[in-house]
Design a protein around this ligand. Sequence first.
Ligand SMILES: C[S@@+](CC[C@H](N)C(=O)[O-])C[C@H]1O[C@@H](n2cnc3c(N)ncnc32)[C@H](O)[C@@H]1O
Length: 317
Amino acid sequence: MSGTHEPVMLAEIVELFGSIPHGVLLDATLGMAGHAMAILGRHQGLQVVGIDRDMMAIQHANNAKATLAATDATRFNAVHARFDTATDALRSLGIHQLSGALFDLGVSSPQLDLAERGFSYRNDAPLDMRMDRTEGVSAWHVVNEYSADTITDILRRNADERFAKRIAQAIVAARPITTTSQLAAVVTTAIPAATRRTGGHPAKRTFQAIRIEVNAELEILPNALRDVMSLVVPGGRIAVLSYHSGEDRIVKQVMRDAETDPTRPNIATPFAHPSRTAPRAWQKVRVAKQPSAEEQAHNPRASSARLRVMERCEVAA
Ligand SMILES: C[S@@+](CC[C@H](N)C(=O)[O-])C[C@H]1O[C@@H](n2cnc3c(N)ncnc32)[C@H](O)[C@@H]1O
């Protein structure tokens, strides 16, 4: 993948995996492998398996692997997969448990910056927005084929867009819309002039919402988190960086359920009756931490990030 991506909360993320048991760490969203390489460099007792649904990320990782010292290269693997199939991908490598897992959600800077991917209102390109260009429907399909009501729902659910209905109606009226620039112009004119001047580009939320729909990002997330968490050993950790409220709500809910879910047996008390006194399977380590003010000023893409971390509880003797 060409271009660079600045890993968000890098020092903190590397640090929080310092105390986990030796073994395998899954980077479920490898991207430009910034987090993965830093973890590999700092924690000699960890092997890193990185997965990404974007083939460009895997090619980039394989190039990076070729530059590692031989001993480090044996501790790193990159696999093309969607993170909701992570357990299968791991099993095919003979891996059945994890010491930790990282999810750094959303898109990487090179995906946004590469015009031909059609993710950005800043670059003119055919509407695409698929992270994996070998599967699924593109943004063109959503913009040109979905009903106004469905687009309205998507804009509300995926981006809390206040003017969802107006934008959806404007999109339907302007069809066919084939490029990112056309879509950005239609959205901009649909938003009241006074609002257009505040809060960033007027089409930002619409592009985010359509990207999330195209890649089924919110549908995939909860089960993927649960499946991966089921492989984490006691003392292991899961860290999730989310970038908007819809994502963070899901992460928070899955983590809250893991702390309290009485239907998920605790290894220590597999037959325990559901009760508030049942030992917890997971406990929170970080509650929705944000990047520092310095990091947000230096890297605007980090400004909406929320980091949540859980640790699998030790099993009682
Ligand atoms: C924010 S970037 C990760 C950046 C990475 N931590 C780094 O340091 O370079 C998110 C990456 O996750 C990938 N991704 C998003 N959803 C995915 C999914 N469901 N399965 C696998 N990869 C996914 C994207 O293709 C993108 O490369």
